[in-house]
Design a protein around this ligand. Structure first.
Ligand code: HEC
Ligand code: HEC
Ligand code: HEC
Length: 207
C-alpha cells in the first residue's frame, strides 16, 4: 500500500514538474520577439517600428523584447500569484490576437494605420492603470545617478514625488519609431570620428 502511494506520489510530483516546465517554456516562447513580431502577419508594422526604436538598437546593446514591455511581470521576477495573473493575461490577450489574426482584421498597411491609434491608446491606458509596471520592471526611476544624469534625476524626482509616472507622456516613442530611423544611438565617438576610424581600419585589420 505504502509503495503504491509512494509510486503515485512520485508520478504526480514529476508530472507536476513537467507541467510547470512546459508552461514556462510556452510562456517564454509566446513572449518572444519571434512569436510576437513575425508569427502574426498583423504585427509586421509594429515589429518594423520596434526595430527602429531604442529598445532594439542602442548604445549599450541591451534591449527589451515585445513581451517584456507588453506583458506584465515579463520584465521582473513574478511571484507565484503574479505568475498566475500573467498566465491569465496571456490567455485573454492570446484569444483576442488569435481572433483578430484569423479574421485578418489587419491585413494591409492601410488597415494597420487605421487601427494603430486605437491599439496604442489601449496599451497606453493599460500601462496607466497598472502604474507602468513593465517599464518599471527594468527602469528604477530613483536609480539614475552620476554627473551626466542631473537632468534625469531632477525631472524624475518630481514625478516620483507627485506619484504620477506617466512614462509615455514624455517618452512616447520608446517602443516603436515609425517615421524616422532611431534618432539617438549613443556611443563613445562622434559620427565623424567613427567614420574616420572606419577608414583607418578598413583593409588593415585581418581576422
Ligand atoms: C520598450 C517597450 C516596448 C517594446 C520592446 C515593444 N513595444 Fe509595442 N508598444 C510600446 C508602447 C509604449 C506602445 C504605445 C505607443 C503609443 O502610445 O502609441 C506600444 C504599442 C504597440 C502596438 C499598438 C500600435 C502602436 O504602435 O501604438 C502594438 C500592436 C505593439 N506595440 C506590438 C509590439 C510588438 C509585436 C513588439 C515586438 C516586435 C513590441 N510591441 C515591442 C512599447 C513597446
Ligand atoms: C527589459 C528591460 C526594459 C524594459 C521592459 C523597458 N526598458 Fe527602457 N530601456 C532598457 C534598456 C536596456 C535601454 C537602453 C539603455 C541604453 O541606451 O544604454 C532602455 C532605454 C530607454 C530609454 C532611453 C531611450 C533613448 O532614446 O535612448 C527610455 C526613455 C526608456 N527606456 C523608457 C522605457 C519605457 C517608458 C518603458 C515601458 C514602456 C521601457 N523603457 C521598458 C530596458 C528596458
Ligand atoms: C515629465 C516627463 C517625464 C516622465 C513622466 C518620465 N520621464 Fe524619463 N526622462 C525625461 C527626460 C526629459 C529625460 C531626459 C533627461 C536627459 O536628457 O538627461 C528622461 C530620461 C529617461 C531615461 C534615460 C534616457 C537616456 O537617454 O539616458 C529613461 C530610461 C527614462 N527616462 C525612463 C522613464 C520611465 C520608465 C518613466 C516612467 C516610469 C519616465 N521616464 C517618466 C522625462 C520624463
Amino acid at each position: 500500500m505504502i509503495r503504491w502511494i509512494r509510486l503515485w506520489g512520485t508520478i504526480f510530483g514529476l508530472s507536476g514538474v513537467a507541467l510547470v516546465a512546459l508552461t514556462n517554456k510556452a510562456v517564454i516562447w509566446s513572449s518572444s520577439n519571434a512569436f510576437c513580431g513575425t508569427f502574426c502577419d498583423s504585427m509586421t508594422w509594429a515589429s518594423a517600428g520596434y526595430h527602429q526604436g531604442p529598445h532594439f538598437i542602442n548604445g549599450s546593446g541591451v534591449g527589451a523584447s515585445c513581451g517584456q514591455c507588453h506583458i506584465p511581470y515579463d520584465s521582473s521576477h513574478a511571484a507565484a500569484t503574479e505568475y498566475v495573473k500573467m498566465l491569465l493575461f496571456k490567455a485573454a490577450r492570446g484569444a483576442k490576437d488569435f481572433w483578430n489574426e484569423s479574421h485578418k482584421t489587419i491585413a494591409t498597411r492601410e488597415e494597420w494605420e487605421k487601427r494603430r491609434p486605437q491599439l496604442g491608446a489601449e496599451f497606453d491606458s493599460y500601462l496607466q492603470a497598472h502604474n507602468y509596471i513593465t517599464c518599471r520592471g527594468c527602469h528604477v526611476l530613483d536609480a539614475f545617478g552620476g554627473p551626466r544624469s542631473q537632468m534625469k534625476v531632477l525631472i524624475h524626482k518630481d514625478i516620483i514625488k507627485a506619484n504620477d509616472v506617466g512614462c509615455l507622456r514624455c517618452h512616447r516613442d520608446v517602443g516603436h519609431v515609425y517615421e524616422q530611423p532611431v534618432a539617438k544611438v549613443g556611443g563613445w565617438y562622434t559620427t565623424e570620428e567613427a567614420g574616420s576610424g572606419e577608414k583607418k581600419t578598413t583593409g588593415s585589420l585581418e581576422f
